[in-house]
Ligand binder design. Sequence first.
Ligand code: HEM
Length: 237
Amino acid sequence: MGRALSLALFVSLSVACGEVEYSNGSSDSGGCGTAGPAAAPDGATGAAIGPTDAGPPLSLYERLGKRRGLEFIAKALLDTKVLAESDLKTFFFNQKAIPVPAGHPSLVQIEVCLGRFVGAAIHEDSYPGEPVNDPNNTQTPNHTCRSMSEAHREAFAKLNIGGANFDKFVGAFASILGPLVTLTATKPEEITQAELDALVAALSGQKDDVITDGAPSSGPYVPPPSDADVDAGVDVD
Ligand code: HEM
Protein backbone atom coordinates (compact mmCIF):
# COMPACT_ATOMS: atom_id res chain seq x y z
CA MET A 1 0.00 0.00 0.00
CA GLY A 2 1.60 3.17 -1.11
CA ARG A 3 3.08 5.56 1.30
CA ALA A 4 4.04 4.74 4.78
CA LEU A 5 0.77 4.31 6.23
CA SER A 6 -1.94 6.33 4.77
CA LEU A 7 -2.93 8.52 7.58
CA ALA A 8 -1.44 7.88 10.82
CA LEU A 9 -2.26 4.67 11.64
CA PHE A 10 -4.02 5.01 14.48
CA VAL A 11 -3.43 2.61 17.22
CA SER A 12 -0.04 1.86 18.57
CA LEU A 13 -0.11 -1.53 20.06
CA SER A 14 2.20 -2.65 22.75
CA VAL A 15 2.15 -6.40 22.34
CA ALA A 16 4.47 -6.87 25.25
CA CYS A 17 2.15 -5.50 27.88
CA GLY A 18 -1.09 -6.01 26.08
CA GLU A 19 -2.16 -2.41 26.07
CA VAL A 20 -3.67 -0.64 23.14
CA GLU A 21 -2.66 2.97 23.22
CA TYR A 22 -4.48 5.45 21.09
CA SER A 23 -2.76 8.55 19.95
CA ASN A 24 -5.68 10.61 21.19
CA GLY A 25 -4.43 9.82 24.66
CA SER A 26 -6.89 7.15 25.68
CA SER A 27 -5.89 3.59 26.18
CA ASP A 28 -7.39 0.23 26.71
CA SER A 29 -5.79 -2.62 28.54
CA GLY A 30 -6.02 -6.26 27.76
CA GLY A 31 -3.94 -9.27 28.53
CA CYS A 32 -0.71 -10.02 26.79
CA GLY A 33 -1.19 -11.28 23.27
CA THR A 34 0.43 -14.19 21.60
CA ALA A 35 -0.19 -13.37 18.00
CA GLY A 36 2.33 -13.92 15.30
CA PRO A 37 4.47 -11.54 13.44
CA ALA A 38 2.03 -9.10 11.92
CA ALA A 39 4.05 -5.95 12.07
CA ALA A 40 2.79 -2.62 13.25
CA PRO A 41 1.91 -0.59 10.20
CA ASP A 42 4.84 0.97 8.43
CA GLY A 43 5.87 4.10 10.16
CA ALA A 44 3.19 3.83 12.77
CA THR A 45 4.51 5.60 15.79
CA GLY A 46 1.32 6.32 17.59
CA ALA A 47 1.79 10.00 16.89
CA ALA A 48 -1.40 11.74 15.98
CA ILE A 49 -1.74 13.37 12.63
CA GLY A 50 -4.01 16.33 12.84
CA PRO A 51 -7.10 17.02 10.86
CA THR A 52 -6.81 18.20 7.32
CA ASP A 53 -7.46 21.92 7.07
CA ALA A 54 -9.40 21.72 3.88
CA GLY A 55 -10.95 19.24 1.56
CA PRO A 56 -13.83 16.87 1.94
CA PRO A 57 -14.48 15.32 5.32
CA LEU A 58 -12.70 12.08 5.98
CA SER A 59 -14.76 8.97 5.46
CA LEU A 60 -15.09 6.39 8.20
CA TYR A 61 -12.68 4.17 6.26
CA GLU A 62 -10.11 6.96 6.11
CA ARG A 63 -10.53 7.76 9.78
CA LEU A 64 -9.93 4.11 10.63
CA GLY A 65 -6.71 4.10 8.59
CA LYS A 66 -8.02 2.26 5.53
CA ARG A 67 -6.89 -1.31 4.90
CA ARG A 68 -3.80 -1.23 7.08
CA GLY A 69 -5.68 0.49 9.87
CA LEU A 70 -8.36 -2.16 9.85
CA GLU A 71 -5.74 -4.92 9.86
CA PHE A 72 -4.16 -3.28 12.84
CA ILE A 73 -7.51 -3.04 14.61
CA ALA A 74 -8.02 -6.74 13.91
CA LYS A 75 -4.60 -7.49 15.36
CA ALA A 76 -5.38 -5.43 18.45
CA LEU A 77 -8.68 -7.27 18.83
CA LEU A 78 -7.02 -10.67 18.65
CA ASP A 79 -3.90 -9.88 20.67
CA THR A 80 -5.35 -7.86 23.50
CA LYS A 81 -8.87 -9.23 23.77
CA VAL A 82 -9.69 -12.52 22.10
CA LEU A 83 -6.42 -14.36 22.77
CA ALA A 84 -6.30 -12.86 26.24
CA GLU A 85 -9.72 -14.23 27.15
CA SER A 86 -9.72 -17.62 28.80
CA ASP A 87 -12.59 -19.12 26.77
CA LEU A 88 -12.21 -17.40 23.39
CA LYS A 89 -8.52 -18.22 23.09
CA THR A 90 -9.17 -21.96 23.23
CA PHE A 91 -10.90 -21.86 19.83
CA PHE A 92 -7.63 -20.93 18.16
CA PHE A 93 -6.13 -24.39 18.58
CA ASN A 94 -5.22 -24.65 14.91
CA GLN A 95 -3.21 -21.46 15.13
CA LYS A 96 -1.39 -22.76 18.21
CA ALA A 97 -0.41 -25.98 16.47
CA ILE A 98 3.02 -26.20 14.87
CA PRO A 99 2.69 -26.22 11.98
CA VAL A 100 -0.82 -24.82 11.55
CA PRO A 101 -2.73 -27.70 9.91
CA ALA A 102 -3.18 -27.43 6.16
CA GLY A 103 -6.15 -25.37 5.06
CA HIS A 104 -6.28 -23.28 8.23
CA PRO A 105 -5.13 -19.67 8.40
CA SER A 106 -2.38 -18.36 10.65
CA LEU A 107 -3.21 -15.53 13.04
CA VAL A 108 -1.64 -13.11 10.60
CA GLN A 109 -3.92 -14.35 7.82
CA ILE A 110 -6.96 -14.12 10.11
CA GLU A 111 -6.05 -10.53 10.91
CA VAL A 112 -5.89 -9.61 7.25
CA CYS A 113 -9.16 -11.42 6.47
CA LEU A 114 -10.89 -9.82 9.44
CA GLY A 115 -9.71 -6.34 8.51
CA ARG A 116 -10.94 -6.93 4.99
CA PHE A 117 -14.25 -8.22 6.28
CA VAL A 118 -14.81 -5.02 8.26
CA GLY A 119 -13.73 -2.94 5.25
CA ALA A 120 -16.25 -4.78 3.11
CA ALA A 121 -18.95 -4.23 5.72
CA ILE A 122 -18.56 -0.50 5.16
CA HIS A 123 -18.40 -1.00 1.38
CA GLU A 124 -14.78 0.06 1.07
CA ASP A 125 -13.11 -3.29 0.46
CA SER A 126 -14.10 -6.60 -1.04
CA TYR A 127 -14.27 -9.94 0.70
CA PRO A 128 -12.78 -12.51 0.24
CA GLY A 129 -10.40 -10.70 -2.11
CA GLU A 130 -6.96 -11.97 -3.06
CA PRO A 131 -5.36 -14.90 -1.21
CA VAL A 132 -3.51 -13.71 1.89
CA ASN A 133 0.17 -14.56 1.95
CA ASP A 134 1.99 -15.63 5.10
CA PRO A 135 5.16 -17.60 4.33
CA ASN A 136 5.31 -18.67 7.98
CA ASN A 137 2.12 -20.67 7.54
CA THR A 138 4.03 -23.39 5.76
CA GLN A 139 1.05 -25.62 4.97
CA THR A 140 -1.11 -22.78 3.64
CA PRO A 141 1.11 -19.84 2.69
CA ASN A 142 -1.63 -18.41 0.50
CA HIS A 143 -4.96 -18.55 2.26
CA THR A 144 -8.18 -17.49 0.59
CA CYS A 145 -10.43 -15.91 3.20
CA ARG A 146 -13.50 -18.06 3.68
CA SER A 147 -17.12 -17.16 4.31
CA MET A 148 -18.18 -16.86 7.93
CA SER A 149 -19.94 -20.21 7.89
CA GLU A 150 -17.00 -21.97 6.21
CA ALA A 151 -14.51 -20.43 8.61
CA HIS A 152 -16.43 -21.21 11.78
CA ARG A 153 -19.25 -23.69 11.42
CA GLU A 154 -19.01 -25.94 8.41
CA ALA A 155 -17.45 -29.35 8.09
CA PHE A 156 -13.81 -28.33 7.80
CA ALA A 157 -13.75 -25.85 10.67
CA LYS A 158 -16.46 -27.04 13.06
CA LEU A 159 -15.46 -24.69 15.83
CA ASN A 160 -18.67 -25.39 17.72
CA ILE A 161 -19.04 -21.77 18.85
CA GLY A 162 -21.97 -20.89 21.08
CA GLY A 163 -24.01 -17.72 21.42
CA ALA A 164 -22.43 -16.21 24.52
CA ASN A 165 -18.93 -16.69 23.13
CA PHE A 166 -20.02 -14.99 19.92
CA ASP A 167 -21.42 -12.06 21.91
CA LYS A 168 -18.17 -11.82 23.87
CA PHE A 169 -16.19 -11.59 20.62
CA VAL A 170 -18.42 -8.81 19.28
CA GLY A 171 -18.25 -7.03 22.63
CA ALA A 172 -14.46 -7.19 22.45
CA PHE A 173 -14.58 -5.60 19.01
CA ALA A 174 -16.77 -2.79 20.37
CA SER A 175 -14.41 -2.24 23.27
CA ILE A 176 -11.43 -1.87 20.93
CA LEU A 177 -13.12 0.98 19.05
CA GLY A 178 -14.98 2.47 22.01
CA PRO A 179 -12.16 4.80 23.09
CA LEU A 180 -12.25 6.45 19.64
CA VAL A 181 -15.86 7.60 19.88
CA THR A 182 -16.34 11.35 19.67
CA LEU A 183 -19.37 13.47 18.99
CA THR A 184 -18.54 14.60 15.49
CA ALA A 185 -15.64 12.34 14.44
CA THR A 186 -13.92 14.42 11.80
CA LYS A 187 -10.30 13.45 12.38
CA PRO A 188 -8.27 10.27 11.99
CA GLU A 189 -8.83 7.89 14.89
CA GLU A 190 -12.33 9.19 15.53
CA ILE A 191 -15.63 7.44 15.08
CA THR A 192 -19.16 8.42 16.06
CA GLN A 193 -21.27 6.29 18.32
CA ALA A 194 -23.67 5.73 15.41
CA GLU A 195 -20.82 4.47 13.20
CA LEU A 196 -19.63 2.16 15.95
CA ASP A 197 -23.16 0.89 16.48
CA ALA A 198 -23.47 0.16 12.75
CA LEU A 199 -20.19 -1.78 12.71
CA VAL A 200 -21.22 -3.76 15.75
CA ALA A 201 -24.58 -4.49 14.12
CA ALA A 202 -22.78 -5.71 10.98
CA LEU A 203 -20.76 -8.14 13.05
CA SER A 204 -23.71 -9.20 15.17
CA GLY A 205 -25.55 -9.99 11.95
CA GLN A 206 -23.08 -12.82 11.31
CA LYS A 207 -24.23 -14.75 14.35
CA ASP A 208 -26.22 -17.43 12.53
CA ASP A 209 -23.28 -18.15 10.23
CA VAL A 210 -20.70 -18.29 13.02
CA ILE A 211 -22.39 -20.23 15.79
CA THR A 212 -23.36 -23.89 15.81
CA ASP A 213 -26.76 -25.03 17.00
CA GLY A 214 -26.40 -27.04 20.17
CA ALA A 215 -22.89 -25.80 20.99
CA PRO A 216 -22.28 -24.79 24.61
CA SER A 217 -23.16 -21.10 24.77
CA SER A 218 -20.06 -20.18 26.77
CA GLY A 219 -16.94 -21.83 28.11
CA PRO A 220 -13.90 -23.16 26.30
CA TYR A 221 -13.89 -25.03 22.98
CA VAL A 222 -15.32 -28.50 23.10
CA PRO A 223 -15.31 -30.65 19.98
CA PRO A 224 -18.69 -31.13 18.34
CA PRO A 225 -20.26 -34.56 18.60
CA SER A 226 -19.07 -36.62 15.70
CA ASP A 227 -21.47 -37.21 12.85
CA ALA A 228 -21.29 -40.93 13.63
CA ASP A 229 -22.45 -40.31 17.20
CA VAL A 230 -25.35 -38.21 15.97
CA ASP A 231 -26.37 -40.79 13.34
CA ALA A 232 -26.27 -43.53 15.93
CA GLY A 233 -28.30 -41.50 18.39
CA VAL A 234 -25.50 -41.61 20.95
CA ASP A 235 -26.11 -39.44 23.98
CA VAL A 236 -23.30 -36.92 23.77
CA ASP A 237 -24.07 -34.78 26.82
C1 HEM B 1 -18.82 -11.50 13.86
C2 HEM B 1 -17.92 -12.23 14.48
C3 HEM B 1 -16.74 -12.80 13.78
C4 HEM B 1 -16.12 -12.40 12.63
C5 HEM B 1 -16.47 -11.22 11.74
C6 HEM B 1 -15.02 -13.31 12.40
C7 HEM B 1 -14.16 -13.24 11.34
C8 HEM B 1 -13.22 -14.20 11.03
C9 HEM B 1 -12.44 -14.21 9.84
C10 HEM B 1 -12.48 -13.14 8.76
C11 HEM B 1 -11.67 -15.33 9.87
C12 HEM B 1 -10.66 -15.76 8.81
C13 HEM B 1 -11.37 -16.38 7.63
C14 HEM B 1 -10.81 -17.72 7.26
O1 HEM B 1 -10.42 -18.46 8.17
O2 HEM B 1 -10.78 -18.04 6.06
C15 HEM B 1 -11.96 -16.02 11.08
C16 HEM B 1 -11.38 -17.21 11.47
C17 HEM B 1 -11.52 -17.72 12.72
N1 HEM B 1 -12.35 -17.27 13.72
FE1 HEM B 1 -13.69 -15.78 13.55
N2 HEM B 1 -14.98 -14.23 13.41
C18 HEM B 1 -16.00 -13.95 14.27
C19 HEM B 1 -16.31 -14.62 15.44
C20 HEM B 1 -15.52 -15.59 15.99
C21 HEM B 1 -15.71 -16.17 17.29
C22 HEM B 1 -16.85 -15.80 18.25
C23 HEM B 1 -14.70 -17.07 17.47
C24 HEM B 1 -14.39 -17.96 18.65
C25 HEM B 1 -15.10 -18.02 19.75
C26 HEM B 1 -13.90 -17.08 16.27
C27 HEM B 1 -12.81 -17.89 16.04
C28 HEM B 1 -12.16 -18.02 14.83
C29 HEM B 1 -11.14 -19.01 14.56
C30 HEM B 1 -10.60 -20.04 15.55
C31 HEM B 1 -10.75 -18.86 13.24
C32 HEM B 1 -9.75 -19.73 12.47
C33 HEM B 1 -10.47 -21.00 12.01
C34 HEM B 1 -9.54 -22.07 11.48
O3 HEM B 1 -8.55 -22.39 12.14
O4 HEM B 1 -9.83 -22.64 10.41
N3 HEM B 1 -14.42 -16.17 15.39
N4 HEM B 1 -12.91 -15.31 11.77
